[in-house]
Design a protein around this ligand. Sequence first.
Ligand SMILES: Nc1ncnc2c1ncn2[C@@H]1O[C@H](COP(=O)(O)OP(=O)(O)OP(=O)(O)O)[C@@H](O)[C@H]1O
Ligand SMILES: O=C(O)[C@H](O)COP(=O)(O)O
Length: 401
Amino acid sequence: MTFQTLDDLDDGQRVLVRLDLNSPVEDGTVQDNRRFDRHAETISELIDRGFEVAVLAHQGRPGRDDFVSLEQHADILADHIDHDVDFVDETYGPQAIHDIADLDGGDVLVLENTRMCDDELPEEDPEIKSQTEFVQTLAGEFDAYINDAYSAAHRSHASLVGFPLVMDAYAGRVMETEYEANTAIAEKEFDGQVTMVVGGTKATDVIDVMTHLDEKVDDFLLGGIAGELFLRAAGYPVGYDIDDANLYDEQWEQNSEKIESMLEDHRDQITLAVDLAYEDDDGDRAEQAVDDIEEKSVSYLDVGSETVMEYSPIIRDSEAVFVKGALGMFEDERFSVGTAGVLEAIADTDCFSVVGGGDTSRAIEMYGMEEDEFGHVSIAGGAYIRALTGAELVGVEVLQR
Ligand SMILES: Nc1ncnc2c1ncn2[C@@H]1O[C@H](COP(=O)(O)OP(=O)(O)OP(=O)(O)O)[C@@H](O)[C@H]1O
Ligand SMILES: O=C(O)[C@H](O)COP(=O)(O)O
């Protein structure tokens, strides 16, 4: 490993720490999850060593329901570290700079959601990001920058790639351990069958990665939004938006060619759902065989039970199983059958397994399984599957310069 870590940093300095606290948000309420647990260890170490700590993090994306302030995150973090955490509703404005100047050793201040600043998004070269007002303003206030956000390191956003080009930069403890684990996993060779369960809402991320893993993975088992888009490409009347949630059409536009060519070239490696679940008029779970769908008139929120029965033996026969993204909206128990069923099948076998994703890894505890029933549980989703392809993560790369 070629980046500097907290072991290389002298105690008691003023540090800007990038965490990934991106969390599920239900009706405006931020849900606690293992990202807080993991980052709490880094922050507690910094407090014990007398650092003055300001935290940068993002939540959601503009235009989405989960695009909210980090005020609640500061409270959740405080509970995890059992220590006061202050919050300021600016990222680098005058009040933020004032509060940063007021920090004493052992203080922790969470700055507002980085994605509320115009400079943060979109993705641009680190050189461009390093020259933004956002980076230039904050860099002058700190002795060092620490990136602990391995799970966001695949994004070339200002708070992730700009600072290491203009100031001393270090990897935090989560960055260090996730990098080591995920790099080691990417280098593993398996003699037997390798299976990847692909779901979730970020279809664009997973489809891109699938096209790079077709030699490494023997079987892709599909669900979630990506699963429905593949069904659409296979000729079923699903995989488009019927409300204003905007989960399907935009991602279809971006990926339809890739999906069609994956289906054409690798059809025997791709297993699609044979049935899907939805909420019926009584509010109950109902299932429908994909062959019986004439027109999409309901939102499909899970794969069906038949699909789980088809996926489970494939998992049992695998030497390694990688999971990225949930097969359904498992946070609602009615639509947890696919995700919990697949995770239970993995837990029941002795295959090597990795479950990744900030949201998806939550399903393990929610449905009564233990982390040690899996080979590795990563709080990273998009970053971990990108690492599997052997590709460098831009946020890690800039730390190694
Ligand atoms: N059919 C579906 N409709 C709506 N939401 C779905 C559906 N299937 C899965 N999901 C949602 O997908 C989410 C998890 O996938 P997501 O793409 O957000 O990845 P993740 O596991 O959190 O990884 P990352 O760390 O990259 O965000 C879950 O919160 C689940 O509710
Ligand atoms: O949750 C994640 O995977 C990371 O925080 C990156 O978030 P993004 O997919 O919204 O860029």
